[in-house]
Design a protein around this ligand. Structure first.
Ligand code: GLA
Length: 707
C-alpha cells in the first residue's frame, strides 16, 4: 500500500493521520481545518532537521513506535518469539476510512504480526477513541510484553502534566508536575483501576486554569493494570503513551490469536479544564450511558453501611426504612451483612444466600416494607471475592487466584476468585440470578474490596487481563438477564472508576469517605472525567467515621446534592433539626437534579481556601452555583467570585437556595444580591463580592434567565 494521509472531522475538530512504512502517526489534532489547508502543507510544516548526534532519519512517533523502526524511546509495542522476532517494523496493508472513523491494518513481515489501529471521532462530544489490536500471523507463540493503545506526540508548549490519584478514602486528587526531560510514569499493578492512579492525564501549559487555556485530556478505559506516561526525548519531541501494563508472561498469542488493547478516550480544549470535562461528560452521556437509564433521573439513596455495618436485622433495618421514606429517600440499599454467616468482615464472602438466622423469613418482608414506603430496594454484593472462612472456599479452594507456593496473602481477610474459570462465572451468575429472580431488586452495589496482588490462574499464568474481561462479561450477563437492575461500580470506594467498567454499570461509588470537606476535592478530581449523575455522593454521619471530623448537616447535604445523592448517616441518631435540614436538602436536590444531571459543569477559579463551581443548562437559561469555604480566609474580607460561562447579555435573577437559612455572617452580602438581576457579563467580568463564611460552610445560588 502507498503511503497516505487521512483526515477525520467532527464539527469542530480535525485529526490527520499519516500511514506509512514504519507505522501510523497522528500528525495533526486540533481545530477543524479548512479544505484549503492541505495535508501536504502539514507535512511540509512538520519537516525536522537531523538533531545533533542523532540518527540521520528520525523515527516518527507513531501510534506504536518500535525499536525495529529505529525508535529509542519507550516502545509502544514489545514482542518476541523465544527471544527472536522482536524488531518490529510495521508496513501498511489496508486502510478503511469514513468521515469520522478509520481502521488501518499494518503488518510486519519479519516478526509475523499484524496490527489494526481503530479511530473514531465522535461529533457531539468531540471525543477521539483509539485502540489497537495485535494478531500473531506466525506459526509459533508470540510473547507480548507491551502493546499500548495510543502513543500521541504533542507540542512542547504543553509543559505541565496533571494526573489523578490518591489513596483509599482520598481518591482523584489532582497532581500537577512540570514536564521534564525523561519520563513521568504512573504504573498500576493493583489489578483493579486502583485508588492510587486513575488511568488518565491532562497535558496543558502553566497558564491553563479551569476556565481558560489549552489542554489535552486522555483516559484509558480499563479496570486492570495500566501504564500512563509522558516522555520528553533528548531530541526535544514529547509524547504521551497509555496502555495496559502486562505482567511477565501474561499475554502469549498462539498462531492466529489476537490481543485487544483497551480504548483510549481523548479530547482537546481551548477553554481550560472545564472544556475538557464538558466533552468527557457529553461522551459519557451520549455513548456510555446505557439506554436503560438514559434520561431517567437518578434516585436518592439510603445506604445502610455507616448506620448498621454488619448489624443488619429486621429490628435494625425497619426503623431506618420508615425514617428514610419520611425524608424523601427513593431507593433503600441494604449493604454488606445480609448473607449467610456474614457477621463481620472475616467470613462468608462467596456464600450469596440470605442469612436465615438474621432473616428467618428471607428478605421479602424487608423488601415489601421498602416498597410499601414508596421506595425501590437495592442490595450489596461483592461477587469476585471469597473469604477462606466460607462454604464456597471449603468446597473449592482451587477457585482462587494465587501465586503458589507463596503463602496466600489476605487483604480484608479475603482472596479473589478466578473468574476466568467458567465454573466460577456460572456459580456467581447463578447466585446473583437467583437473588434477582426471587426478590424485587432494582439495584446492585457491586463491590470489590481488594487488589489482585497474586493474580495467578490455575496453571500459574498471570490473568489480570482475562480477569478484567471476565468481570465485564459477568456484569453484561447479569444486565442482559435483568435489564431493570441498575449496577453500581464500587471498589473500596473509588478504586474501580473508569470508562471500561462504566460501559457495563450505571453509577460509581466515588469514595468511602463521606467527609464533605475531603469530598469537595475528591468530587472535583472525579468530575474531570465523570458527570454528576454517575457520581455517588452520600451524606455521612455527624462525626465522619473515616476522618473524625464534625461538619454541619447543611454543609454535608450541600456537598452531596451535586452528585447522585444519597444518605449513609444513621437516621435514628439524627436530631429533629438535622432530619428537617436533610429532608429540605433532598427536596432542593430533587427540584434541581434535572439540571445537575444534564448541565455543563463550569468549575470556577478560586483562592486555595475556597471551592466553587456552576452547573449551567446547555441553553444557559438556568444555573446553580456552589461556593464553599474550606479553611480560614487569609485576609480580613473575602474576595469576589467571577462567574463566566453564562450568556453575556442576558439578565439573570440571583437567589440563594441553600442553606435554607442564611447565617449572621452571610446576611449583609446576600441581602444585597438576593432577588436582584444581573447580566452574564456583570457576573463574569465584575464578579460577586463573597460574604464572610466559616470554614466548612457553603452557599448554593440559583440563576434564572429572564425570557
Ligand atoms: C466497601 C465499600 C463500602 C461498603 C463496605 C462493605 O468498603 O466501599 O461502601 O459497602 O465495603 O463491606
Amino acid at each position: 500500500m502507498q503511503d497516505t494521509t487521512i483526515r477525520l472531522h467532527s464539527e469542530t475538530t480535525s485529526i490527520v493521520v499519516r500511514i506509512a512504512n514504519g507505522g501510523v502517526a497522528i500528525v495533526y489534532w486540533g481545530p477543524r481545518l479548512a479544505a484549503e489547508t492541505t495535508d501536504e502543507m502539514l507535512m511540509q510544516l512538520a519537516t525536522r532537521s537531523e538533531a545533533d548526534g542523532d540518527v540521520e532519519r528520525e523515527s516518527a512517533i507513531t501510534l506504536l513506535p518500535t525499536q525495529g523502526a529505529g525508535f529509542s524511546g519507550q516502545p509502544g509495542l514489545a514482542v518476541h518469539r523465544s527471544r527472536t522476532a522482536w524488531g518490529v517494523y510495521l508496513e501498511p496493508i489496508d486502510a478503511t476510512a469514513e468521515e469520522s472513523s478509520l481502521a488501518v491494518k499494518m503488518q510486519c513481515a519479519g516478526t509475523q504480526i499484524q496490527v489494526e489501529h481503530r479511530f473514531e471521532l465522535h461529533s457531539d462530544s468531540d471525543m477521539l477513541v483509539v485502540s489497537a489490536s495485535l494478531t500473531n500471523i506466525g506459526g509459533t507463540p508470540l510473547s507480548v510484553q507491551h502493546c499500548a493503545a495510543l502513543t500521541l506526540p504533542f507540542s512542547r508548549q504543553l509543559d505541565q502534566v496533571t494526573t489523578f490519584g490518591g489513596r483509599w478514602s482520598l481518591e482523584f486528587q489532582r497532581q500537577t508536575t512540570p514536564r521534564r526531560l525523561g519520563a513521568i510514569v504512573n504504573e498500576n499493578r493493583a489489578g483493579r483501576t486502583s485508588h492510587g492512579s486513575l488511568p488518565a492525564l491532562v497535558l496543558h501549559d502553566a497558564a491553563t486554569n479551569e476556565t481558560d487555556g489549552i489542554a489535552i485530556g486522555l483516559h484509558l478505559g480499563w479496570s486492570g493494570n495500566h501504564q500512563i506516561r509522558v516522555d520528553e526525548l533528548p531530541d526535544g519531541r514529547c509524547y504521551a503513551q497509555l496502555g495496559e501494563l502486562l505482567l511477565p508472561g501474561e499475554i502469549a498469542l498462539g498462531p492466529g490469536e489476537s490481543y485487544e488493547s483497551p480504548r483510549v478516550y481523548g479530547t482537546l480544549s481551548r477553554r481550560g479544564f472545564n472544556g475538557l470535562a464538558q466533552r468527557f461528560h457529553r461522551f459519557v452521556r451520549d455513548e456510555l450511558t446505557d439506554d436503560r437509564v438514559k434520561g431517567k433521573l437518578k434516585k436518592v439513596h439510603f445506604n445502610t453501611w455507616e448506620a448498621l455495618y454488619f448489624d443488619t436485622r429486621p429490628a435494625t433495618i425497619n426503623p431506618l426504612i420508615e425514617l428514610a421514606a419520611n425524608i424523601g429517600i427513593e431507593r433503600f440499599v441494604l449493604d454488606d451483612g445480609w448473607f449467610r454467616g456474614r457477621d463481620d468482615d472475616t467470613r462468608a464472602l462467596g456464600d450469596w444466600f440470605v442469612d436465615q438466622q438474621k432473616f428467618p423469613e428471607g428478605l421479602a418482608p424487608i423488601i415489601d416494607k421498602v416498597h410499601a414506603a414508596g421506595m425501590e430496594f437495592g442490595l450489596w454484593v461483592e461477587p469476585e471475592m471469597i473469604n477462606p472462612d466460607s462454604d464456597l472456599y471449603r468446597a473449592h479452594p482451587e477457585w482462587v487466584l494465587h501465586s503458589d507456593p507463596a503463602p496466600r496473602f489476605m487483604m480484608r481477610h479475603q482472596m479473589v476468585l478466578n473468574l476466568t474459570l467458567p465454573a466460577v462465572q456460572d456459580y456467581l451468575f447463578d447466585c446473583i440470578d437467583a437473588l434477582l429472580n426471587e426478590y424485587s431488586i432494582a439495584y446492585l452495589k457491586w463491590d470489590m474490596n481488594r487488589n489482585l496482588e497474586q493474580p495467578g490462574g490455575r496453571d500459574g499464568i498471570a490473568v489480570v487481563h482475562e480477569q478484567v474481561l471476565a468481570v465485564y462479561a459477568l456484569m453484561q450477563r447479569v444486565r442482559a438477564a435483568h435489564p431493570q437492575v441498575e449496577i453500581e461500580s464500587c471498589a473500596s470506594g473509588g478504586a474501580r472508576a473508569d470508562y471500561g467498567v462504566l460501559a457495563n454499570t450505571d453509577r460509581i461509588w466515588t469514595s468511602d469517605s463521606n467527609d464533605a470537606l475531603d469530598r469537595l476535592a475528591i468530587q472535583r478530581g472525579f468530575s474531570q472525567f465523570f458527570p454528576a449523575e454517575v457520581m455517588g455522593a452520600h451524606v455521612g454521619p455527624r462525626e465522619c467515621h473515616i476522618t473524625g471530623r464534625n461538619l454541619s448537616m447543611a454543609f454535608r447535604a450541600g456537598v452531596a446534592m451535586f452528585g447522585d445523592m444519597g444518605v449513609e448517616a444513621d437516621l435514628r441518631e439524627l436530631t429533629a433539626d438535622e432530619l428537617t435540614i436533610l429532608s429540605a436538602a433532598i427536596e432542593v436536590h430533587k427540584q434541581h437534579r434535572a439540571l445537575i444531571f444534564a448541565g455543563d459543569l463550569i468549575r470556577l477559579n478560586t483562592e486555595d481556601h475556597e471551592n466553587a463551581f456552576m452547573i449551567a443548562s446547555a441553553s444557559r437559561e438556568q444555573a446553580l452555583i456552589s461556593f464553599a469555604t474550606l479553611s480560614s480566609r487569609p485576609r480580613g474580607a473575602p474576595g469576589r467570585l467571577h462567574i463566566p460561562g453564562l450568556a453575556a447579555n442576558r439578565r439573570y435573577t440571583l437567589a440563594p437556595i441553600w442553606p435554607a437559612e442564611s447565617s449572621h455572617d452571610t446576611d449583609g452580602v446576600l441581602a444585597a444580591v438576593s432577588g436582584q438581576t444581573f447580566t452574564g457579563e456583570a457576573l463574569a467580568c465584575a464578579g460577586m463580592q463573597l460574604p464572610f463564611m466559616s470554614p466548612g460552610s457553603l452557599l448554593v445560588l440559583s440563576l434564572r434567565a429572564h425570557p
